[in-house]
Design a protein around this ligand. Structure first.
Ligand SMILES: [Fe+2]
Length: 256
């Protein structure tokens, strides 16, 4: 029997992304709390028993050397509380999208932090991006998540990404994406050979041709997007430090 896509599946198929409600306000607060603990630990501030106000993270100039470690290091991950990962595994919208793209809905949340060799299950990545007037260095260029772990991958059924803002939900802060760009074959010759970012960055003369949007989100909403969707270069145009989590849903057919 021919499988017919429902409204959600059709929308995702056509745009390559979907905004949906993932967490409650209270859950976002708990994730924020966990991130404060993690950043406190990574920054060495826990020694001083001083909690970081993440929204004002960009004003903490006294540990700039640590900043590099926090945002670029292989340590910018956070194990998810069990009830949060459970909630993601049970989410109906995620399941419907995966089913229509993969033909099944079995996935594993996995963070890859060292060129495919080191992974952690039920773990999310996180990012802190300071306002652009403070620094432009915290955001990477345009890329595809398809080439996860910084290596070339051609299996478009390998993974999906979910990006969820914790602080900064307006379009001044959110992820910049190019709707429908997932339908094109982005040739390897447009991928630059840098090793600075985890995902290889696309060349500017290529990404220039696309149109971009930054969705306006509500707290608790997230963007699920296709691995072949162009995204990135999401400068923080607000006054607060943007705090976001992003996690990968890997296809259980290929990953354990
Ligand atoms: Fe990405």
């Amino acid at each position: 029997m021919l499988y017919k896509k429902n409204k959600i599946q059709k929308e995702f198929f056509s745009k390559g992304y979907l905004v949906f409600k993932l967490f409650s306000k209270q859950e976002i607060n708990l994730i924020c709390y966990d991130l404060i603990e993690r950043v406190n630990f990574l920054s060495g501030l826990n020694k001083y028993k001083k909690d970081i106000d993440l929204a004002n993270y960009h004003n903490l100039n006294f540990f700039l050397d640590r900043h590099e470690k926090i945002i670029k290091g292989r340590t910018r991950y956070l194990p998810l509380r069990k009830n949060f990962s459970k909630k993601i595994y049970k989410n109906k919208i995620i399941k419907q999208i995966l089913y229509s793209e993969w033909g099944h809905e079995n996935f594993i949340i996995k963070w890859i932090f060292d060129r495919k060799t080191k992974t952690k299950n039920d773990t999310t990545g996180f990012r802190l991006a300071r306002p652009v007037k403070k620094s432009t260095k915290d955001v990477g260029g345009f890329h595809l998540d398809l080439h996860y772990g910084g290596e070339k991958n051609e299996n478009i059924k390998a993974l999906f990404t979910i990006w969820c803002p914790i602080i900064g939900t307006s379009s001044k802060y959110t992820l910049r994406i190019s709707p429908k760009s997932h339908k094109l074959n982005h040739l390897q010759k447009f991928v630059s050979r840098q090793k600075k970012f985890l995902s290889p960055v696309l060349m500017e003369n290529y990404t220039r041709k696309f149109k971009y949007i930054r969705p306006q989100l509500k707290i608790g909403e997230a963007i699920i997007f296709h691995p072949n969707l162009i995204h990135g270069g999401s400068l923080n145009l607000g006054n607060k430090t943007r705090v976001s989590i992003d996690f990968r849903l890997f296809n259980k057919k290929y990953f354990k």
